[in-house]
Design a protein around this ligand. Structure first.
Ligand code: B16
Ligand code: MG
Length: 217
């Protein structure tokens, strides 16, 4: 039975994934190597510090902790600069209609994002009031693929993980949802998400309604 929907933010509700990629790619270029779109896939849903570690490994670059902290801060400044122009127009197609239909059906709504900027982004796009709970990168100890993010969300909403659907664009996020015993819906390009055991993969929210997802139980 469906009691709650837990949404990832970047790449699911809003296309900030492209801004993360621009900012990380600039950082890599500054260190003398490139970051391909395929390599960038591995960063999705992964925390800022972990993403930096992955990138430095790709470039075969060794740095002291202080320099790493500085680079992570610079990346975040650049990311926030790119995000500043965001408005409700940047909400991905079908998302708001879908959120409205969940409210109509009294299905609880939560956010489960690795991002420490999640609240700010939700404010920019005017969706904060939809979420009964927001679990973001500031609250968790173990990032995706660990289920902590989504389990905390379910706990906040007072629902069983088995009665939740998680919407995710990242392989790490699908893995986190499945590890938490939840139904996982992948948003985006199907091959990688299917391989990660998503229960359903869709291009976007225009392609589903509440009835379709109730059938996943
Ligand atoms: P920040 P999500 C994740 O957000 C992004 O997918 C990932 O690319 C990013 O590194 C991570 O948030 C941390 O973000 O640097 O803003 O704290 O997809 O889990 O909503
Ligand atoms: Mg994401």
């Amino acid at each position: 039975e469906l009691n709650a929907c837990l949404f990832d933010l970047d790449g699911v509700i809003v296309d900030t994934a492209k801004f993360h990629y621009i900012a990380w790619r600039e950082l890599a270029n500054g260190l003398g190597f490139d970051l391909t779109e395929k390599q960038n896939e591995k960063l999705k849903g992964v925390s800022r510090v972990e993403s930096l570690e992955i990138i430095l490994k790709i470039g075969n670059v060794n740095l002291d902790p202080e320099t790493k902290a500085k680079l992570a801060a610079t990346k975040n400044d650049r990311y926030l600069e790119l995000c500043q122009k965001m408005t409700p127009d940047d909400i991905l197609p079908g998302v708001q209609v879908f959120l409205d239909s969940l409210i109509q059906e009294k299905i609880k709504i939560g956010l489960g994002s690795a991002s420490k900027n999640a609240r700010l982004i939700l404010d920019y796009i005017g969706l904060t009031h939809y979420f009964a709970t927001i679990v973001d990168g500031n609250r968790i100890n173990k990032g995706k693929p660990d289920p902590e993010t989504f389990l905390l969300g379910a706990e906040d909403l007072d629902v069983n993980p088995q009665n939740c659907i998680v919407f995710e664009d990242a392989v790490a996020g699908i893995q986190a949802a499945k590890a938490g015993g939840m139904v996982a819906v992948g948003i985006g390009s199907s091959a990688e998400l299917n391989a990660a055991n998503a229960d359903l993969v869709i291009p976007g929210f225009q392609d589903i309604d509440v009835n379709t997802i109730k059938h996943l139980f």
